[in-house]
Design a binder for this molecule. Structure first.
Ligand code: SF4
Length: 498
């Protein structure tokens, strides 16, 4: 395999033209240039030097991506089979789109708008998500619009909404080079977000004494190697550690009183306002000494105090976390406790400071969450349930008021339960492989296996299953392409993957 390891080597490949794009492999969102040879074949990939995210760099995954585009397993044409027992056969794009349109229209006509659904991905372009949800809402009149960020980013969204009242981080990657403390928790960014990690590492190497890095993680990873302090707690005890840091910040008056006065409100639950003293008393079970016992590992009370000092006293503290926080039980709480540290210390809304959840995919925020790709929100985070906001979208789209259904659609899990129960008859799955990524996926796999039985009772007397052969999903999950894979089941359920 020829792997260009630098921009100049990529330059030296046989590329005669370069085309800009975005790497879809991780949440960094590197801008890339794809090199094509004289016959239009991809022969190299390099970073876009003008990108303010990756500044011309790519990691190994991004650099090798062009190989996938010519891999023999990659689908180039839509595949279709009338019955599940048939072999797939290639069909034309025109035929594929006609079949898809007809099947969705038939489902709507026979079983109503909510018998159709769309399940997208944070790997889609913003335009793709926007267009799909518009078709579902404006044409098919259903809010059954979901995407896999519902699974991967739910805790981050819940945390941002409950701490700040709005989804998504306040700052951006720009803060990395301006920060003087970085708190990396629940993320092995050296491997999961290599280009962002490169920026973190370079900033640290250029400012060894000034920039402090705390890595909080049960594992020793490549990320820990650049840390000044590695807080190695027992898995599942991070809430105690974060509460203890908040305890120290208040006990030792490390907080930013002006920031708190200007922007913060302490609440006991959603409706009861309290003062900082009451909040601090609620942390009495998490003194550093008590928390150190809970956290185990290498955690000591002094380590928690030191971390709280580094966090609070730096000119700008940035926290990065990823699925170690977002995909744990009580993930929203974990997000809230990180935000609490930033709010208490005023490490927000200034250069070098941010409370920043990394994402697993490049376009979960901008594409799916901003683009209206979830069942309860229209573009721009407008709630489906609010008539005024629905009307804004209807006016913008030039469709009659009242066209968008007032009831939010089914969230991801309900959507696939409804596929099993045949309440959903036609679903378009775009750039994602729920047969691998749904939690408790076996629930659905069992259904698919039953479905393969030719002795299944007729449609009217048995729950329908998503007909999605595992081998095909495996294949699809490596493609990230826009090829259409169509498959029609014996019982008239219909699935399309893009
Ligand atoms: S860091 Fe992520 S977005 Fe950038 S090249 Fe690597 S996989 Fe692609």
């Amino acid at each position: 395999m020829n792997l260009p390891i630098s921009a100049s080597e990529a330059e030296a490949a046989d590329a005669v033209s370069w085309h800009r794009g975005t790497c879809r492999l991780c949440g960094t969102g590197c801008r890339v240039q794809l090199g094509l040879d004289g016959k239009g074949k991809p022969v190299a990939m390099r970073g876009e030097p003008e990108s303010r995210t990756n500044y011309g760099y790519l990691c190994m995954k991004g650099m090798m991506f062009y190989k996938i585009m010519t891999h023999p397993d990659r689908l180039k044409m839509p595949l279709y089979r009338e019955k599940k027992t048939d072999e797939f056969r290639e069909i034309s794009w025109d035929d594929a789109l006609d079949i898809a349109a007809r099947k969705f229209a038939e489902a709507k006509q026979e079983f109503g708008p909510d018998s159709t659904a769309y399940y997208g991905s944070g790997q889609c372009l913003t335009e793709e998500t926007y267009l799909f949800q518009k078709i579902m809402r404006a044409a098919l009149q259903t809010n059954n619009v979901e995407g896999n960020p519902r699974l991967c980013m739910a805790s981050a969204v819940g945390g941002y909404l409950t701490s700040f009242g709005a989804d998504e981080p306040i700052g951006g990657y720009d803060n990395i080079e301006k920060s003087s403390c970085m708190f990396l928790i629940g993320s092995n960014m050296a491997e999961a977000h290599p280009v962002i990690f490169r920026r973190v590492m370079r900033h640290k190497m250029n400012n060894r004494d000034k920039v402090k890095i705390i890595n909080a993680d049960p594992r020793i990873s490549a990320t820990s190697r650049i840390a000044d302090m590695h807080m190695q707690f027992k898995p599942g005890t991070d809430l105690a550690m974060l509460n203890a840091m908040a305890y120290v910040i208040i006990e030792e008056k490390l907080y930013d009183q002006k920031f708190i006065d200007d922007y913060a409100v302490f609440r006991q639950d959603k409706n009861v306002k309290v003062d900082m003293e009451t909040f601090w008393k609620s942390l009495q079970d998490y003194t550093p000494e008590k928390a150190a016992k809970i956290c185990g590992g290498n955690i000591t009370a002094q380590m928690i105090r030191d971390a709280a000092h580094m966090f609070a006293k730096s000119d700008g503290t940035m926290t990065f976390w990823c699925m170690g926080i977002n995909q744990r039980k009580r993930g929203v709480w974990a997000n809230n406790l990180i935000h609490n540290l930033h709010i208490l210390t005023g490490q927000l809304c200034k250069e070098g400071a941010d409370s920043f959840s990394l994402t697993g995919q490049p376009n979960a925020c901008g594409g799916v969450r901003e683009g209206g790709g979830l069942c309860h929100i229209l573009p721009g985070h407008r709630l489906v349930a609010k008539e005024k906001l629905r009307n804004q979208v209807e006016d913008a789209w030039g469709i009659p008021r009242g066209r968008i259904a007032p009831k939010p659609g089914s969230h991801t899990i309900k959507m696939f339960q409804q596929v099993n129960s045949a309440d959903i008859r036609a679903i378009w799955i775009n750039c994602t492989s729920p047969a691998q990524s749904l939690p408790n996926v076996d629930l659905y796999r069992r259904g698919w296996r039953v479905r393969t039985s030719l002795s299944s009772p007729p449609i009217s007397s048995r729950p329908k299953r998503l007909n999605c052969p595992t081998w095909c999903c495996r294949q699809l999950s490596t493609l990230k392409n826009r090829s259409l894979w169509l498959h029609r089941a014996p019982q008239s359920d219909y699935t399309a993957h893009g």
